[in-house]
Design a protein around this ligand. Structure first.
Ligand SMILES: Nc1nc2c(ncn2[C@@H]2O[C@H](COP(=O)(O)OP(=O)(O)OP(=O)(O)O)[C@@H](O)[C@H]2O)c(=O)[nH]1
Ligand SMILES: [Mg+2]
Length: 450
C-alpha cells in the first residue's frame, strides 16, 4: 500500500472512500469536546478556589540567598509580548461564565465525559486520530502552503527524476528549516529509494518524500520510545518547563494541564516564575480556567521554594502530575541558569527519579535561534524533551526534523495555535499528514479517476 493511502486511512474517521469526511467529523467531535471542556471547568473551579486558600506557603529556609542576584538580572529585552501577560489568554476563553453555574450543576468526573456512548471503541479511536490529524492539518497550514506549492512547482518543472531535481528539492527542504544534516540524509535516502523502486516520474517522488520524512524522524528508535511524556506509574509525575522568555512555556503548561484533567488526572501547577511581573497571575488564571490548583508565593521569592511547596502539596493531595513553570531566561544569564539547576535539584531530592521530563520550550518561529537555545540549555540541564510552540505561526515547520536530527532530543509536544485545545503530543505520522494533506487528497482523487 502506498504511503499516502496509509496516512489517509490512519487519519480518516470512518469511511476511507469519502475524501471530505475527515474535515467534518472532527469538527463535530470538537464541538462535543467544547461542551465537555466547559463541564470540567465548571465542576472544578470550586475545588480550585477552596484548595488554593490552603496552599502551603512556608518556603524552605536554606534557599533564599540567590534572590538578590535574580533581581539584578532582568529577563527582558527581546520579548515585548511578555509585558502584557493577559493577552496570552484568548478572549473567548475568558468570557466563559465559570463561577455562576458551578454550584447548581454537579457534573460528572472527566473519565465519564471521555466516552462517546453510542460509538464502538474502534470508531472512537479512529475519530480521535482524525481529530488529531485535523489539528495538525490546521496548525501546519502555513508550512503546508509554502511546502506544497514549492514541491508541486518542482514536480511540474522536472517531470523526470534527475540530479537537478534532487538539487532543487534540497533547496526547498532547507528553506523549510529542515536543517542541513537532516536534508542531506533525506536526499540520500530518497535517491536510493527512487533507484530501488525504479521511479521515473517526479510526481511519485512526493509520496516517497513523505514516507522518508517519517522514517528520518524516528530513525532507529521505536515510535513509543520517543513519543509521549514519561510518567510515574501509580505515583506523582513531575514536569519542569524551561526556556527563554516568550516562547510559550506558561501557555503550554495551561494547555497540558487541561489535557491531563480531561484524562482524569489530578494536576497541580507550581508558579516557579517569580521573576517576571504578572507571571504568577498569568499561571493562576490558567489554573482557574482549566480547573487545577496553583501553588504560588509572592513575586520575587525563591522559585526553588515554590517548587518545594508544589511537591509537598502534590504529595499531600495525591496529585498525579505536578507541572512547574519557570522564569524565561536568556541562555547567557548565568544566575538564572544556576537557579534552574537548583530548582531541578530540589525536585530530584524530594522525589527520586523526578523530574520525569525537563521540557525545553522552543518557539518554532525563531528558526535556527531555537537550535542554539536548545544547545545551551542542554549544557546546563538535562533536557529530556522539546515543546515546540507556534507551529501555526511559521511556514518553516521543518524545524522539527532539524531538532530531532541535530539535537537528538525528541519533540514531545507541539503548539498548533493559541486555544486551550491546541497542544498535541507530537506524532511524526500526523505531522507528515499535516504537511502533505492536500497532495494526499489530490492523489486519492486521481487514483479514483483512473
Ligand atoms: N499562535 C500561537 N501562539 C502561542 C502558542 N503557544 C504560545 N503562544 C503565545 O505566545 C505568547 C507567549 O506565551 P507565554 O506562555 O506567556 O510564554 P512564556 O514562555 O511563559 O514567557 P515568559 O513567562 O516570559 O518566560 C502568548 O501570547 C501565547 O498565547 C502556539 O502554539 N501558537
Ligand atoms: Mg511564562
Amino acid at each position: 500500500m502506498g504511503f499516502f493511502k496509509k496516512l489517509k486511512e490512519q487519519f480518516t474517521p470512518i469511511e476511507v472512500e469519502e475524501p471530505a469526511s475527515h474535515e467534518e467529523k472532527p469538527t463535530e467531535l470538537e464541538k462535543d469536546e467544547t461542551e465537555k471542556d466547559n463541564s470540567i471547568q465548571e465542576s472544578e473551579v470550586q475545588e480550585t478556589s477552596d484548595e488554593q486558600s490552603e496552599a502551603p506557603v512556608a518556603p524552605q529556609e536554606d534557599e533564599e540567598k540567590e534572590e538578590e542576584e535574580k533581581h539584578e538580572s532582568p529577563v527582558e529585552e527581546d520579548q515585548p509580548e511578555l509585558e502584557a501577560p493577559e493577552t496570552s489568554v484568548p478572549q473567548e476563553e475568558l468570557e466563559a461564565p465559570k463561577v455562576e453555574e458551578q454550584e447548581e450543576t454537579p457534573l460528572p468526573e472527566p473519565e465519564d465525559t471521555e466516552a462517546l456512548p453510542e460509538e464502538p471503541a474502534v470508531v472512537e479511536s479512529k475519530e480521535k486520530q482524525a481529530s488529531i490529524a485535523e489539528k495538525f492539518r490546521k496548525g501546519l497550514a502555513k508550512t503546508r502552503d509554502s511546502f506544497s506549492t514549492k514541491i508541486n512547482e518542482l514536480v511540474a518543472k522536472y517531470r523526470e527524476v534527475d540530479e537537478e531535481f534532487f538539487e532543487e528539492l534540497e533547496e526547498v527542504l532547507i528553506s523549510a528549516d529542515v536543517g542541513v544534516h537532516a536534508v542531506m540524509d533525506l536526499i540520500e535516502e530518497l535517491e536510493m529509494e527512487v533507484k530501488r523502486r525504479n521511479i521515473k516520474d517526479t510526481r511519485e517522488v512526493r509520496e516517497v518524500i513523505s514516507e522518508k520524512l517519517v522514517e528520518l524522524y524516528y530513525g532507529d528508535e521505536e515510535e513509543e520510545e520517543v513519543q509521549g511524556l514519561r510518567t510515574e506509574p501509580d505515583g506523582l509525575s513531575v514536569y519542569l518547563f524551561v526556556g527563554v522568555n516568550g516562547v510559550g512555556k506558561t501557555t503550554s503548561i495551561g494547555k497540558l494541564a487541561y489535557q491531563l484533567r480531561q484524562e482524569g488526572k489530578k494536576v497541580i501547577l507550581a508558579a516557579g516564575d517569580t521573576f517576571r511581573a504578572g507571571a504568577i497571575e498569568q499561571l493562576h488564571s490558567w489554573g482557574d480556567r482549566v480547573g487545577v490548583d496553583v501553588i504560588k508565593h509572592s513575586a520575587g521569592s525563591d522559585p526553588a521554594a515554590v517548587v518545594y511547596d508544589g511537591i509537598k502539596a502534590a504529595k499531600s493531595r495525591k496529585a498525579d502530575v505536578l507541572i512547574c513553570d519557570t522564569a524565561g531566561r536568556l541562555q547567557n544569564k548565568v544566575n538564572l541558569m544556576n537557579e534552574l539547576s537548583k530548582v531541578k535539584k530540589v525536585i530530584s531530592r524530594e522525589i527520586p527519579g523526578a523530574p520525569h521530563e525537563v521540557l525545553l520550550t522552543l518557539d518554532a518561529t525563531t528558526g535556527q535561534n531555537a537550535m542554539s537555545q536548545a544547545k545551551t540549555f542542554s549544557e546546563v540541564t538535562d533536557v529530556t524533551g522539546i515543546v515546540l510552540t507556534k507551529l501555526d505561526g511559521t511556514a518553516k515547520g521543518g524545524i522539527i526534523l532539524a531538532i530531532r536530527k541535530e539535537l537528538e532530543i525528541p519533540v514531545k509536544l507541539v503548539g498548533l495555535g493559541e486555544g486551550v485545545n491546541d497542544l498535541e503530543a507530537f506524532d511524526a505520522h500526523a505531522f507528515v499528514y499535516g504537511l502533505f494533506a492536500d497532495m494526499i487528497d489530490e492523489y486519492e482523487e486521481q487514483g479514483e479517476e483512473e
